[in-house]
Design a protein around this ligand. Structure first.
Ligand SMILES: Nc1nc2c(ncn2[C@@H]2O[C@H](COP(=O)(O)OP(=O)(O)OP(=O)(O)O)[C@@H](O)[C@H]2O)c(=O)[nH]1
Ligand SMILES: [Mg+2]
Length: 358
């Protein structure tokens, strides 16, 4: 007689496995409901343990898949519910790159290491709470006496000038702050004029600074102003001259802090390169622009969950000053966990009722 023990989520799954492995003639010797408590989360997980037996070995042809692959699954594994398969399916569905998948899988297994299987609900619940703990949003603080000295930096066309203008309008008209706009972008034809036009419309003083020394002098001469926002030339983080140029500006005008502007439409690799590059400089936070111009935010998963960049604002359109928002952690979560694969979406709907899909 051959006796085997099966662990599964429910009776149906246990019987399916028994039928596949032992055949129709198998008999059930014992059934037990079990509960396991997670040490870390304190959560109780229920599963079923079934002991089955057969008088003689099942015929080889009844197990074609197993034989063909020369693969004998462990008796305690219910393959459909093994953690790695579910994690991989969900993470890939979200468009996570391999490096982030590995990191999050380790985090997940730190909590669920002792379970032979997990459900989609377990993974979604964990992912949601992990994101809520990990996503960092930086709240603005425009209280009286605050001196804002920000340089808007980032790749070409990412939305630096537009978002600088939006924030200048917010500070002046919403918070009654006094300020000045500055540009160091004398390279691109029309760049200075673009900001000058915004400054003129908002009736905010505007100056062009030709080099870092001029910027430092202007900052020193205007210590009474609540805000001075400095527009910079768009540079690729792959450009070796950019590190020197930005380092020189921040070293000379040492009160300046960077607002890094990246676009949600940029490619994975470009956003990753920008994250690595700007992390080295003194930053207030990150503005993610053009959130309205895409429906796929998987390229933001690594910087937000992996590098934990502090997000100050998201911009959702071209209108100045309306289209800029301070996001909440939940808002970012709803962008990031938006699920492209229909079947995963379906599973998540039943497993994570609080999750909002944008
Ligand atoms: N759809 C959309 N367009 C935006 C957003 N933010 C900026 N833009 C547009 O993107 C384009 C580039 O914006 P700019 O503000 O000039 O970008 P920049 O980073 O200053 O560009 P450079 O100075 O050339 O490096 C403009 O047409 C903006 O109107 C946004 O949130 N959504
Ligand atoms: Mg610009």
């Amino acid at each position: 007689m051959k006796i085997k023990r099966y662990v599964a989520r429910n009776m149906t799954q246990a019987l399916q496995r028994i039928k596949i492995e032992l055949g129709d003639e198998a008999i059930i010797l014992d059934t037990k409901r079990r509960t396991k408590k997670q040490v870390e989360s304190g959560k109780e997980i229920q599963y079923i343990e079934v002991t089955a037996a057969i008088d003689h070995e099942p015929e080889q042809q009844k197990r074609p898949d197993i034989e063909r692959n020369n693969y004998a699954p462990s008796e305690s594994l219910d393959l459909a519910h093994t953690p790695l398969l579910i994690l991989h399916e969900i993470f890939s569905g979200l468009g996570m790159d391999q490096r982030l998948q590995r990191a999050l899988t380790c985090e997940f297994l730190n909590v669920y290491h002792s379970l032979p299987y997990v459900s989609y609900k377990d993974v979604w619940d964990w992912l949601r709470s992990y994101c809520l703990k990990t996503i960092t949003v930086q709240k603005e603080s425009f209280e009286k006496g605050t001196k804002i000295r920000w340089a808007f930096v980032g790749p070409p066309g990412s939305g630096k000038t537009t978002n600088l203008a939006k924030l200048a309008a917010r500070m002046k008209f919403q918070f009654g702050m006094k300020g000045m706009l500055l540009t160091t972008d004398t390279y691109r034809l029309g760049a200075a004029h673009q900001l000058e036009r915004f400054a003129h419309l908002m009736d905010i003083p505007f100056t062009v600074a030709l080099d870092p020394n001029s910027v430092a002098k202007i900052l020193d001469n205007n210590t009474d102003l609540d805000f001075i926002l400095v527009d910079t030339i768009g540079r690729s983080s792959l450009d070796p001259a950019h590190k020197h140029e930005l380092g020189h500006l921040l070293g000379t005008a040492s009160q300046l802090r960077c607002q890094v502007v990246i676009s949600a439409t940029d490619k994975n690799e470009d956003i990753a390169a920008a994250t690595r590059f700007y992390k080295k400089f003194a930053t207030v936070g990150w503005i993610i622009s053009k959130m309205d111009a895409t429906k796929s935010y998987s390229n933001l998963l690594m910087p937000i969950l992996g590098n934990q960049i502090p997000i100050t604002y998201i911009s959702t359109g071209q209108r100045v000053p309306e289209d800029i928002t301070q996001p909440s952690v939940e808002m970012m979560l709803s962008y990031l966990l938006k699920m492209p694969a229909r079947h995963i979406k379906q599973q998540a709907k039943t497993s994570t009722p609080n999750r909002k899909v944008a």
